[in-house]
Ligand binder design. Structure first.
Ligand SMILES: Nc1ncnc2c1ncn2[C@@H]1O[C@H](COP(=O)(O)OP(=O)(O)O)[C@@H](O)[C@H]1O
Ligand SMILES: Cc1cn([C@H]2C[C@H](O)[C@@H](COP(=O)(O)O)O2)c(=O)[nH]c1=O
Ligand SMILES: [Zn+2]
Length: 196
């Protein structure tokens, strides 16, 4: 017989825009609410698309959350009585978020984060590769390509209906007015260097 194992780990939910990352995070939160777990939900203040006080999916499901300016602010809201820490739009935080996720997972908390794996150029988004490396569990979701119906893994940025250039700024908060889900074959990034 094993003795009782210690709890605490990091789960990452990732994929392109519209893949269902927020819906999956909300689903996990709701299950844990039934299990009477004490949960704190966070999102970066920069994400003010649908609400300041909730994480909200593109289809409208939502859960109450704290909006924070930087990763360190999490410590203002959490004490040891919490069982679960959930973070949406985690790609917008700086590198400290990785240490913070580890800190809480090491102390027995279930840490669940959702974020974009790639920016509109198809380049890894900020801290996401580090979070994948540190996580016990990684779930990669796909959307439906708006051009051909294939599984979509890329986020196409459109500015006035045209594909955004490679050297456009990485951060542009938005939803279906600026972005579409695309598969690798339909994803277009004018100005992106090709290997040959
Ligand atoms: N191209 C698409 N493929 C799949 N779902 C889409 C697409 N466009 C819009 N949606 C909607 O987006 C919802 C997922 O929203 P959400 O969980 O907020 O995704 P994410 O957090 O990954 O951007 C889907 O349930 C669906 O209603
Ligand atoms: C691809 C890409 C996206 N963003 C922004 C756009 C949205 O505000 C979020 C992603 O939201 P979702 O819940 O995953 O749909 O990120 C960005 O700033 N830069 C990008 O390259
Ligand atoms: Zn396609």
């Amino acid at each position: 017989m094993y003795k009782q194992y210690r709890e605490g780990w990091l789960e990452v939910i990732s994929g392109c825009m519209f893949a269902g990352k927020t819906e999956e995070l909300i689903r996990r939160i709701k299950v844990l609410e039934y299990a009477k777990k004490k949960i704190a939900v966070f999102k970066p203040k920069i994400d003010n698309r649908y609400s300041e006080e909730n994480i909200v999916s593109h289809a409208g499901s939502s859960v109450k959350s704290f909006s924070i300016e930087n990763a360190h602010e999490i410590f203002n809201y959490i004490d040891d009585s919490y069982d679960v820490i959930a973070i949406d739009e985690v790609q917008f935080f700086d590198e400290e978020i990785v240490e913070i996720c580890d800190y809480f997972a090491d102390r027995g908390k279930r840490v669940m984060v959702a974020g974009l794996d790639m920016d509109f150029r198809g380049v890894p988004f900020g801290v996401m590769p580090q979070l994948f490396t540190h996580a016990e569990f990684v779930t990669k979701l796909t959307a439906v390509c708006t051009k051909c119906g294939a599984p979509a893994t890329r986020s196409q940025r459109l500015i006035n209906g045209k594909s955004a250039q490679y050297d456009d700024p990485i951060i542009l908060v938005g939803a279906s007015e600026q972005y579409e889900a695309r598969c690798r074959h339909c994803h277009e990034v004018p100005g992106k260097k090709k290997i040959i």
